[in-house]
Design a protein around this ligand. Structure first.
Ligand code: ZN
Length: 390
């Protein structure tokens, strides 16, 4: 039995409390927290927390790449990206793939899905496939009508490792696609849309549960009667308690006020942090190659943009910086804000043992330095990142 004692920390129980204490881990699970008796400590590897914050590991449900790697480049890209995540406090990730419909794409998707069990440095509950059944293209996103035959081919390529599919509520024939995804226990996100209220509600009625990079690529219908405010997917989602939302909290994609409006509608428990990060996130500002036939110009202050046409192409955000931004922008108890990067995405994906520090939970843990950079990260009780001391 391997045990780990992290002592003298401020334990963040998302949504509930921040309290001083210790945390005991045995065989990859949390077995006790708070004040831990001497007997339980015998034989444990001890880490001194020095009153720093200890939180559950961050969970990113929408990210395309990090540093020099893109998940959709193939198994090597997936494994290389996975190795970098610990330094940003990420312990669970959904590698997000924008399907490029061309010769061999399903085979590549299958190879990426098959590579998941070989990754040790981060938990990967499955892939997030963003498209191809979209109504509005984003950066290189295909816009195909709902097609059950194609969906079956995607499902079989992923071989049980499709965790999330993002679709648009206004894609023709999308409702049978959403129903089929729910049969397979795939979580359905809505995005890239000009949908009206009825279309959005119909998608929620058949099992869509979440809106990703909310407000971004969510267009309001045109004003047809001056003085009458058009309503669309944004209002339908804000008004519907069944739907949660996520944000790229980089200060570029959405204004902090837009996030506060969503928190007012959804409470802290209905709001989730994502990065939607592209290649170059976590690296110095620069120009980087993507696999999508263009380069991106990346800078933390200005997200990731097409290098020549300047449109937004994902973000340069990392989850640690996103948490720091939310903690600065939102006037909420910090334990609730931590929930947006930990407990809330765990609940969305049905991961009961993640996003909490309670006994029985997986020991996915991050010890944070005072400047909210990652000091240490553990995945299932195994240390996968430790900051080098200066
Ligand atoms: Zn994306």
């Amino acid at each position: 039995m391997s045990s780990l004692l992290i002592r003298n920390v401020r334990l963040v129980e998302p949504g509930k409390s921040i309290s001083r204490g210790d945390l005991l881990v045995r065989d990859g699970r949390i077995v006790a927290s708070g004040s831990i008796g001497a007997e339980a400590q015998v034989g444990a590897v001890v880490v001194e927390g020095a009153e720093r914050l200890l939180t559950p590991g961050l969970i990113d449900v929408h990210t395309h790449g990090i540093m020099h790697s893109l998940y959709e480049s193939g198994p090597d890209g997936l494994r290389a990206a996975a190795r970098e995540l610990g330094r940003f406090g990420v312990t669970t990730v959904l590698p997000t793939i924008v399907p490029q419909i061309r010769e061999g794409w399903l085979k590549l998707l299958g190879e990426i899905a098959d590579a998941i069990p070989s990754v040790r440095e981060v938990n990967i509950p499955g892939l997030h496939v963003e498209g191809p059944f979209m109504a509005v293209g984003g950066a290189a996103c295909p816009t195909l009508p709902g097609d059950l035959e194609l969906l079956e081919r995607i499902l079989s390529a992923c071989a049980g490792r499709l965790a999330v599919m993002s679709v648009s509520p206004d894609t023709p024939n999308i409702l049978p696609v959403i129903r089929r995804l729910r049969q397979e226990k795939v979580t359905v996100f809505l995005t890239h849309t000009r949908a009206g209220v009825e279309q959005t509600e119909a998608a929620l009625d058949v099992g869509a549960v979440h809106a990703t990079h909310f407000y971004d690529v969510f267009y309001a219908p045109a004003e047809t009667d001056p003085g009458v405010r058009p309503v669309g997917a944004v209002e339908a989602i804000l008004a519907d308690p069944r739907a949660s939302v996520d944000f790229i909290a980089d200060g570029v994609h959405v204004h902090p006020t837009a996030i506060r409006a969503a928190v007012a509608a959804k409470t802290w428990a209905g709001v989730i942090l994502i990065t939607d990060s592209n290649i170059g996130a976590g690296l110095p500002a620069g120009i980087y190659d993507t696999l999508l036939g263009y380069q991106v110009k990346v800078s933390p202050k200005d997200a990731a943009r097409h290098a020549t046409k300047n449109f937004l192409a994902g973000s340069a955000l990392t989850m640690d910086r996103g948490m720091a931004n939310l903690l600065r922008w939102l006037k909420l108890p910090p334990e609730q804000i931590w929930g947006m990067g930990t407990l809330n995405p765990a609940r969305l994906l049905g991961l009961d043992r993640k996003g909490r520090l309670e006994p029985g939970a997986d020991a996915d843990l991050v010890l944070w330095d005072e400047d909210l950079t990652t000091a240490r990260t553990w995945v299932n009780g195994i240390s996968i990142y430790e900051k080098k001391s200066a």
